[in-house]
Design a protein around this ligand. Structure first.
Ligand SMILES: *[C@@H]1O[C@H](CO)[C@@H](O)[C@H](O)[C@H]1NC(C)=O
Ligand SMILES: *[C@@H]1O[C@H](CO)[C@@H](O)[C@H](O)[C@H]1NC(C)=O
Ligand SMILES: *[C@@H]1O[C@H](CO)[C@@H](O)[C@H](O)[C@H]1NC(C)=O
Ligand SMILES: *[C@@H]1O[C@H](CO)[C@@H](O)[C@H](O)[C@H]1NC(C)=O
Ligand SMILES: *[C@@H]1O[C@H](CO)[C@@H](O)[C@H](O)[C@H]1NC(C)=O
Ligand SMILES: *[C@@H]1O[C@H](CO)[C@@H](O)[C@H](O)[C@H]1NC(C)=O
Ligand SMILES: *[C@@H]1O[C@H](CO)[C@@H](O)[C@H](O)[C@H]1NC(C)=O
Ligand SMILES: *[C@@H]1O[C@H](CO)[C@@H](O)[C@H](O)[C@H]1NC(C)=O
Length: 534
């Protein structure tokens, strides 16, 4: 997106040209990703009653996942991101068990806690049958060992496979200067209960071994894409070599809300994509006392700063951050955040349990077993996600340009952000708001269509016609998101096969004097005026 770095972008494209035809970056951009933790998704026997501690194994497996794929595909997801697959430490450490899969001890052995290689292969076969891409999380920054002694941790390097010698690691120091890239890349993370022995990824033998390993891993485990854990904590030069060796698309975890710190990874050709932490922060803030204008500001900044916003993973929840509903459990706010994630530029990524409005706070409490929800396919966020995933896939299929057409704002104020995405004829116009479920009825004038267009709001399956200027009257109520497409564009999608004419919302949240339709419209007029003033 930045012409000044075209040569750099071209170099990056060249560096990642090893990306296999099987699932190239273009293919990934058309997908929608469901992120799950294998230990917390489903058990082999489907049991849901044995309760588990948040920091211990809950005993979910690959077989359990395979048996419950309908839950994911019925929600319209076309890719999954799963926990790391290699063998972890077995220790019960002071900070819990390796249920998450991030505590690698043997990169060449399978993680038997999640099942056998046959179980894994059965899962892969089922995914292929359903045309679901598989992204696997990988750890490159460190190998792990339990320790109880005081720092510096005494590590028995012989236990690691490979890297069975101290020479492959940086000397111990604890990360203390989080803004100092040398410190975060060369020192060790998290010295409590487990030592995250920090690999010296500057060494050519470490790079060569990692390249050999990832090539084998991708092949042995039929991997279509990678999430590289803690990518910010290894040196820059390691990343493009590793990604190229893998031959598949990769996201690197770059935890920062600062545009230049994030976008430099694309600009310098270090990574093809990253989870979009840039928008994560203002988006959260907009639903927690902040303003929607800040979401747009960051969106525009990322659009200018990053070379490929369409390869960023759009998300509002993951396994590292407190759940959205842990801060504010209003359902309308969650629906708006979810709508944005699914229709935004970039690859939608929904973290297991988000669709069930889970409320877990910080790690490990944000890793609730999904079976606690009963896999309820009638849950409101599940239903909305299914609709919007299907809509997105349909629009992409109809006009592939949808994917790489950057969304543009049609309306923004402190409470609303309305965006238009996609080419004329196949565009979606959607409005998110932070009014919450106590929001009153009012109307918004939203542009983005042509004069007289017949338009459908797909979350409520209501119809409305655009006026002579291509503007539609959006009937807001209870802070619900609104998603508009041309009636003609919906054909063949299976969505909104029956519709009703849109009409003004009716105030439902007032205690003493519920407003009738007429006063609701009057209120709507007043609020439109107010919206224009802010
Ligand atoms: C990328 O990988 C391919 C095949 O593995 C290799 O031939 C090529 O030299 C690599 N390119 C870079 C820039 O590392
Ligand atoms: C990516 O793969 C698709 C098939 O899935 C193919 O049609 C397309 O040409 C490929 N794009 C590139 C840039 O290789
Ligand atoms: C998980 O499995 C282990 C045995 O592998 C067992 O000791 C433990 O109780 C199980 N945990 C739960 C929550 O079922
Ligand atoms: C490691 O550094 C952090 C600051 O990043 C500090 O809070 C912690 O006490 C240190 N831990 C040890 C074991 O040195
Ligand atoms: C950054 O961290 C490195 C490694 O810990 C240290 O040697 C260096 O002095 C730090 N730089 C600054 C400016 O603090
Ligand atoms: C991949 O499979 C081969 C053949 O079974 C095995 O020798 C190799 O160690 C495996 N590599 C990894 C990373 O699992
Ligand atoms: C919505 O935005 C307004 C204006 O910035 C703010 O005052 C309000 O607190 C926000 N609402 C929520 C639920 O965060
Ligand atoms: C599933 O969710 C719907 C909608 O929230 C609710 O009405 C229903 O009771 C739930 N079913 C179960 C079994 O919890």
């Amino acid at each position: 997106m930045r012409t000044s770095v075209l040569n750099v972008a071209a170099a990056a494209a060249l560096a990642f040209s090893g990306i296999a035809a099987a699932a190239n970056i273009t293919e990934w951009k058309s997908r929608s990703v469901y992120q799950l933790m294998v230990d917390r998704y489903a058990r082999t026997d489907g049991s849901t009653t044995a309760t588990c501690e948040a920091h211990l194994f809950c005993n979910g497996t690959w077989k359990g996942l395979q048996n419950n794929l309908d839950y994911i595909t019925d929600m319209g997801f076309t890719a999954i991101q799963i926990s790391p697959v290699v063998k972890n430490i077995d220790d019960h450490t002071a900070v819990g068990d390796a249920y998450h899969g991030y505590w690698s001890v043997d990169n060449y052995a399978i993680n038997e806690r999640f099942g056998s290689k046959q179980d894994y292969d059965d899962l892969v076969a089922e995914l292929k049958k359903r045309d679901v891409l598989l992204m696997v999380d990988v750890v490159v920054n460190n190998m792990v060992q339990a320790f109880t002694n005081p720092v510096p941790p005494k590590v028995d390097y012989k236990k690691f496979n490979p890297f069975n010698d101290e020479k492959y690691f940086h000397p111990y120091c604890n990360v203390t200067m989080w803004e100092n890239s040398t410190d975060i890349q060369k020192c060790w993370l998290y010295p409590y209960g487990v030592a995250l022995a920090d690999l010296d990824t500057e060494r050519s033998d470490v790079v060569a071994e990692m390249s050999k390993w990832i090539k084998q891993l991708v092949s042995n485990y039929s991997i279509d894409g990678l999430r590289i854990d803690a990518a910010k904590h290894v040196n820059d030069a390691f990343l493009p070599t590793f990604v190229n060796a893998s031959g598949v698309f990769a996201w690197g975890e770059i935890l920062t809300g600062v545009t230049i710190d994030m976008c430099r990874y694309q600009e310098k050709g270090l990574l093809p994509g990253m989870p979009n932490y840039l928008e994560f922060y203002p988006l959260n803030s907009a639903f927690n006392g902040g303003s929607m204008q800040d979401v747009l500001t960051m969106k525009n900044e990322a659009n200018t700063g990053c070379t490929d916003i369409f390869a960023l993973g759009s998300f509002i929840e993951n396994h590292d951050m407190p759940r959205f509903a842990s801060v504010n459990d209003d359902l309308s706010l969650a629906k708006n955040a979810m709508a944005y994630i699914l229709l935004n530029d970039g690859i939608p990524t929904v973290y297991q349990g988000q669709e069930q409005h889970f409320k877990g706070n910080s790690t490990p409490f944000n890793r609730e077993p999904l079976w606690d929800s009963g896999y309820n396919k009638s849950a409101p966020l599940y239903v909305q996600t299914a609709t919007l995933n299907k809509l997105r896939s349909h629009l992409i299929k109809k006009t592939p340009e949808y994917l790489e057409s950057a969304s543009v704002e049609t309306l923004v104020d402190r409470n609303h952000l309305c965006l238009k995405k996609g080419p004329a004829g196949g565009q979606v116009v959607y409005c998110i708001s932070n009014k919450s479920s106590t929001g009153d009825p009012y109307t918004l004038n939203v542009g983005g269509f042509d004069a007289g267009d017949a338009v459908v709001e797909v979350l409520g399956c209501t119809t409305i016609n655009a006026d002579g200027t291509g503007t539609i009257l959006s009937y807001q109520n209870q802070g619900e998101p609104k998603v508009y497409v041309l009636a003609s564009a919906l054909q063949g999608s299976g969505l909104c096969t029956t519709t009703t004419a849109a009409k003004p919302g009716v105030k439902v949240n007032s205690g003493a004097s519920p407003m009738g339709m007429t006063s609701g419209v009057a209120m709507a007029a007043a609020l439109v005026a107010a919206a224009v003033l802010v």
